[in-house]
Design a protein around this ligand. Structure first.
Ligand code: DPP
Ligand code: ZN
Length: 876
């Protein structure tokens, strides 16, 4: 694949007016007839040929205005169809016939088969695997879709839009016709056919229209779709109340499939989901699963406006729909659950996934300017950092002005394919602010580092805060300009009360948000009667790294008195982190590990504070992960030392807090009928955390074994199983629990994924042998992306001591697996390979071994564009 540059964008020479598709479905020979009506764009070169995209296609027929097209008038290859001598102005019709093989489509892009049903995935460039087409997001047209298939095998024939009608044929076949009146790009096309069960409901929109809601799942799984349906209705209501967005078709459908590369896909009126994000019941789904289902159902539904009604001009603008829609689903979940707890979870995720990406060889701007393979840009930078950038606009402008900007966006651009510049302009118009400097967040990669230091002058009654920002160099970007960084900031007195400054000089400070715009800047707060404790980047108002030296006493004060509970969590984390970093260094040097006590006290104080919600306390007690610690250490990392250090810190906290943890474990039960709501989930989270600490204090599998046996919900059962397997892998209790669990859930693929993941993450050098053995287990399935991710992906991404074992065998194992997966499913292979993105921060021996494994991939003869792109950038 060659490099595509944003600077080369230009509109198509031809305008697509209408699309009429007919599918004659067959597992191995599906006939696709595409009737496309075009006219030449005004002002376009009257001689320019029409060039359509294809991917592994072969042309079976081509008509021009229903007449056979002379062979010399076109050229067809597997990846393009070029048609010459087309009319200068008049509309014309091309009828293109292709025959495709859904059964053989293991890439899961285009039309494929999964569990006996036909389904499609077209984003980003899957439609070109169905027919020759101007397969780009700025070509929008209304689609009519006719589906013909064997009736017994495929009672259900679905596509986008509204159902027009259908009928049976005498030969056992039947057909259905769908029409989507909303012009859409091809990436939003969907087709599903097969035999599925359905859960039905209705939603009455704000203007009083009744919309039919249908969720299709495998027969027998209908009861497990109830929560997804509930989340869908809540999403529809929320988007009306918060963004005044109403649904625009008569029907909204979701289909759950078990083989899917992504989480879900927002096809117009016909979302297709990885069934992992639809199916849930208390016995088989964890609270995290419920939360993910709620978020992803909302996310895909919200795309109807941010993505579908207003789409991207080109794929460089992916964050236009993804960053914004993630922001919207975050807001939705915050409103449905606890806002601070949700924010903590978002920031944890951002730091563990996006920060390493932004600090490594795969770093790229939220709005990139070039790519070789667009599939590789569905990244946490585009999604999560993109959401943070949207969130900063709301923080800078204030909620009301932000809403005003969104209203302008919806009014101005409905039905269009637009750019980030168009989006930002709406907020400039709403606020009268110049957002040019702010826009650097879209263009400059790398996580800014802000260094802050405060000094108090008692005589002048001033507090001066010096700030300095630095954006690190990233691939292709060495010189960075200073950014516009919104820092939510407050001052607290020794008694814990908030101090309101009389005047602030040196920086704009409105609504407790300080605008850092210079490379260096000093803000002076006047009228400060006593030495303040400063709290910066409250609610994580900007996605930055912050360096601020604060004493354990000051952090402990914030941990107790900050009114922003996110900032309390941050203070507790800042207290805990130095212990973990020191412990990692000490472990490496074979020194004794000793925790600084203020931090342990603060943590235990929070754990026991009944005034704090249980979910918050669970978050506070969940120490930074091993990969968080390596990120903070930055370089020369030894996963074994980090692991050993963290284990020692856990043990010390557990020993000191054993009484508190025992009390929490006993008290935080969730009696009565199971409820997946946030409150009950919080109690389960805190109880689980207590169990983890008790496994260190008691150093015995007994309690976890009892918890495993007694659990009546997956959240507690899986956690108990994890404690047994991770803490006591050789014990009879762990071995029995793992096999009981497997036998009990053998028929449930999503639970068996968890069974694989628990074992893939057992720490230590022996993990690799376990993973190898599991790959030979009859339950392992190489063709199912969820299963491959659950075992191979989880091992590579979240088992630093097992994957990163000192002899490099883990890296070599991954190299071989990537090459194998790449044969079938390049997207999946490329995604799992990004687990190597932080290899340079390893100590030299491991780094050398990791590099050798990467080179082994790079030198393999037949790599997909997807894997080639990732491996070359990772090595560069
Ligand atoms: N389906 C993916 C998402 O919603 C890509 N658009 O993020
Ligand atoms: Zn999305």
């Amino acid at each position: 694949g060659q490099v595509i540059n944003l600077a080369d964008y230009r509109p198509t020479d031809f305008v697509l007016e209408r699309v009429d598709l007919t599918f004659e479905l067959d597992p191995t020979e599906t006939k696709v007839e595409a009737r496309l009506i075009f006219h030449r764009r005004e002002g376009a070169d009257p001689k320019a040929p029409l060039v359509l995209d294809g991917d592994e296609l072969s042309l079976s027929g081509l008509l021009f205005d229903q007449m056979e097209m002379p062979a010399k008038q076109y050229t067809a290859t597997a990846d393009s169809l070029t048609v010459y001598n087309l009319p200068a102005a008049d509309p014309f019709e091309l009828t293109i016939t292709t025959i495709i093989n859904p059964q053989a489509n293991t890439q899961l892009m285009g039309l494929y088969r999964t569990g006996g049903i036909y389904c499609t995935q077209c984003e980003a460039e899957g439609f070109r695997r169905i027919t020759y087409f101007p397969d780009r997001p700025d070509v929008l047209a209304p689609f009519t879709v006719n589906i013909i298939a064997d009736k017994a095998a495929n009672p259900l024939l679905l596509s986008n839009g509204n159902f027009l009608g259908g009928a049976g044929y005498g030969d056992g076949k039947h057909f259905a016709a769908w029409f989507d009146p909303h012009p859409k790009p091809s990436y939003l096309f969907a087709l599903v056919a097969g035999d599925l069960g359905v859960v039905e409901d209705t939603f009455t929109t704000m203007s009083g229209r009744e919309v039919a809601l249908k969720i299709y799942v495998e027969h027998g799984k209908e009861p497990r779709a109830a929560y997804a349906m509930d989340a869908l209705k809540r999403s529809m209501k929320w988007d009306e109340e918060v963004f005044a967005r109403e649904y625009d078709l008569d029907i909204f459908m979701i289909v759950a499939v078990s083989d899917f590369n992504m989480g879900a896909m927002e096809n117009k009126g016909l979302n297709i989901f990885n069934d992992k994000y639809v199916l849930a019941d208390p016995e088989t789904a964890t609270d995290a699963d419920y939360a993910n289902i709620e978020a992803i159902i909302a996310h895909e539904y919200f795309h109807n406006w941010t993505g579908n009604r207003i789409t991207c001009r080109d794929w460089f603008q992916l964050c236009l729909k993804e960053g914004l829609t993630v922001y919207r689903d975050h807001e939705f979940s915050s409103d449905q659950r606890s806002r601070p707890v949700k924010r903590i979870a978002e920031v944890r995720h951002l730091k563990s996934e996006q920060f390493p990406e932004d600090a490594g060889p795969l770093a790229h701007p939220v709005r990139p300017t070039k790519y070789r393979e667009i599939n590789n840009f569905y990244t946490t930078t585009v999604y999560e950092k993109g959401s943070e950038v949207t969130r900063m606009i709301a923080t800078l402008l204030g909620r009301e002005t932000f809403k005003k900007g969104m209203d302008i966006y919806f009014d101005r651009h409905d039905g269009q394919a637009v750019t980030i510049e168009d989006f930002v302009k709406c907020f400039e118009d709403a606020s009268g602010r110049d957002l040019a400097q702010f826009s650097l967040w879209y263009h400059q990669a790398g996580t800014p580092l802000v260094t802050a230091s405060g000094s108090y002058d008692a005589t002048a009654r001033t507090f001066s805060l010096s700030l300095e920002q630095m954006v690190p160099a990233t691939p292709g970007q060495t010189d960075k300009k200073p950014m516009h960084i919104p820092l939510s900031l407050a001052l607290f007195g020794e008694n814990g009360g908030k101090i309101e400054p009389a005047i602030v000089e040196g920086a704009e400070y409105t609504g407790e948000v300080l605008h850092l715009t210079g490379r260096t800047q000093t803000a002076v707060f006047h009228g400060i009667g006593s030495r303040p404790v400063v709290s910066i980047n409250r609610s994580f108002s900007a996605p930055i790294n912050l360096h601020l030296d604060q004493s354990p006493a000051d952090l402990a004060l914030l941990a107790r008195h900050e009114t922003d509970h996110f900032a309390r969590w941050q203070a507790l984390t800042d207290l805990a982190l130095p212990n973990l970093l020191r412990a990692a260094r000490d472990a490496r040097e074979g020194k004794a590990i000793d925790c600084e006590q203020t931090s342990v006290d603060a943590l235990l104080h929070a754990a026991a504070d009944e005034g704090l919600e249980p979910a918050f306390r669970a978050q506070a007690l969940a120490l930074p992960s091993e990969s968080d610690i390596s990120r903070e250490l930055g370089s020369n990392n030894d996963p074994d030392a980090i692991h050993a250090g963290r284990q020692a810190v856990m043990k010390q906290i557990a020993d000191r807090g054993v009484a508190i943890f025992t009390g929490l474990f006993e008290k935080m039960t969730t009696p009565g009928d199971f409820s997946p709501d946030a409150k009950n989930a919080g109690r389960r989270a805190l109880r689980n955390t207590a169990l983890t600490y008790l496994s260190y204090a008691e150093n015995s599998p007994a309690r976890a074994k009892a918890a495993f046996d007694a659990a009546n919900n997956m959240t507690e059962k899986l956690h108990a199983l994890t404690v047994l397997a991770h803490r006591f892998p050789e014990s009879g209790e762990a071995i029995t629990a793992l096999s009981t669990f497997r036998d009990h859930f053998a028929q449930n693929a999503l639970v068996i994924d968890k069974w694989f993941s628990v074992q893939a993450t057992i720490p230590g050098a022996s993990a690799l042998d376990r993973v190898r053995k599991l790959m030979k287990n009859p339950l392992f399935n190489r063709t199912n992306p969820n299963r491959v991710r659950a075992l191979v992906g989880t091992f590579a991404f979240t088992n630093p001591t097992g994957f990163g074992r000192a002899d490099g065998e883990g890296y070599r194992f991954l190299a071989r697996e990537i090459l194998d997966i790449d044969q079938r499913n390049p997207q999946l292979a490329a995604r799992i390979l990004t687990s190597m993105r932080s290899w340079r921060s390893l100590e030299p021996v491991r780094a050398g071994l990791a590099r050798a494994a990467l080179m082994q991939i790079e030198q393999a003869p037949a790599l997909s564009t997807d894997v080639r792109d990732i491996v070359e950038r990772t090595l560069k």
